[in-house]
Ligand binder design. Sequence first.
Ligand code: NAI
Length: 482
Amino acid sequence: MAQTYDVVVIGAGPGGYIAAIRAAQLGFKVACVEKWRNPQGELALGGTCLNVGCIPSKALLASSDAFESVRHMLDAHGIAVDEPRLDLAKMLARKDAIVRKMTKGIEFLFRKNKIAWLQGHGRFVGAEDGAYRLEIDDDASDAGKAPQLVDAKHVVIATGSKARHLPGIPVDNQLICDNEGALSLPEVPRRLGVIGAGVIGLELGSVWRRLGSQVTLLEALPDFLAAADAGVQKEAWKLLTRQGLKIELGVKIASAEAGKKGVKVAYADAKGAAHVLEVDRLIVSVGRVPNTDGLGLDAVGLAADARGFVPVDAQCRTAVPNVWAIGDVVRGPMLAHKAEEEGVMVAELIAGQKPHIDYNCIPAVIYTSPEIAWVGRTEQQLEAEGRAYKSGQFPFAANGRALGMGAADGFVKVLADAATDEVLGVHIVAATASDLIAEAVMAMEFRASAEDIGRICHAHPSMSEAVREAALAATDKRALNI
Ligand code: NAI
C-alpha cells in the first residue's frame, strides 16, 4: 500500500525544503522528494542554490576577493607582501566543503522535523479519493526495482529551474560551461568568454577575472543591467569595466565552436560588424528555464505554460485544488529568497493561516565588488508609471567607515513619493549592499517614509549611515554630511 502524507513537496531547494520544514512545524506529516546527485554520486538536498548556485559562488567570490585584496589592496594599508600564489584546487575544495556542510545541514533539519526524504524523481500518476498519487523513481540506485508510490493530500511543486542553453552551442561543462562547470574550472583560463552579462555572468566573470583571467562578456541587450535603476547601471558599468571586465553590449551571437585550442565565438557587434572572439573557456549564462519535464502534470489535469512555467495565482495555487507551485518553476524572479517566502506562505495557507507576500518588497542582489542591491521601484519605472517622486543620494566616499574599509565606491539612492514621502525604492552600490538592503526592505514592508529612516539612530561609524543620509536627502535635501 502507498504511504500517505499530508504534504509532499517535490524538490528540496530553498523553496521546497523551507516549505517542508514550515509544514512540519505546523504539525503536518511531510515528505520531500529529491533526486539531486553531487559529483561524488551521492544524493544531496539543497537544489541548485546550495549545490551549484548561491552558496558555492559566494564561497568563490570570497576566496577570489581575498586573493585580489592581497595582490592589490594591502599596499594602501601599508602592508607589503610578496606576490601570492594561487592554489586553485584548495580553493575549490574549500567551496565543496562549504556546500557539503550546508547540504548535510538540511539532512539534519529534515531528521529534526521528521520530514521523510523520498529519494528519486517524483511524478504525478493520478488522483483518487481526495489524494494525489506520486511515483518516486530512483534509477541510479534502484535499477530494476519498482518505483515507490505515495499518496498526498497536498502537493507542492518546487522543482526549480535549469540553465538555459543556446541552440547550436552545446554545453559540455569542460570548454563550454553553464553555472555548474563555471564553478569548478580545473585551471584559471587565460581568456574567458561569457555569453550574457546578467547576474551569473557578472559574478562568475568577476571570480575568474580576480584569479587572473581576461574576461569578455557578450550581452545581447543594448543596456547594461537593464532591470537596475539607471543610476546603478551607470555606476556599476564604470566600476566593473574599470576592474578589467570587458563588456560588449547589443551583440548577436552567431556560433560558438569548441576545438583543440579553446572556443571560437562568432558574433556581430551592435553596429552589425562581424567578430570572432577566441577564448580558452566559455560560460553561457543567458537565464534559466523551469523544470517541469517528466513531472506528469497531465495526470492531474495540469499543464505548463508556453515558457514551461506552472501557472499559479498570487498565492501559488495551481489550477487544481491542493496542488501548489513555488519558486523558479512559477512566475516572478528566480531568486532563492523569493522561493523561500513562497514555501512558507504555502505551508501556512495549507494550515488555514492568512500569510501574504508583497512581491514589490523582494530584494535583488548581485554579488560583484562592490555589491549591487535594490528593492522596489527604479526611477525608470516610476517615470513610466507617471508617479511623482523625490530622490536622495549619498556617496560612500563621504562615509568614514567606508573610507576606513577601503570601500568608498558606490552610493545609496532612496526614492520616495513626492507627496507622502513613502519609500518607493532603494538602490545601493556598496561593498556590503546585500546586508544594507535589509533595512530598506523592512522600511518598505512597514510602509515607512524616507523621514522615518532619517529619524532612526544609525551606529557611527557604519556603512548604514549612508542609508540614513540618502533618506534625509530624499525627504527634503537635508543630508547632514554632504
Ligand atoms: P540573467 O537573466 O540574470 O542574465 C542573462 C543575461 O543574458 C541577460 O542580460 C540577457 O539579456 C542575456 N542574454 C540572453 N540571451 C542572450 C544571447 N543569446 N546572447 C547574449 N546575451 C544573452 O540570468 P543568469 O545570469 O543566467 O542567471 C540565471 C538566474 O539565476 C537569474 O534569474 C538570476 O536571478 C539567478 N541568479 C541570482 C543570483 C543572485 O541573486 N545573486 C546569482 C546568480 C543567479
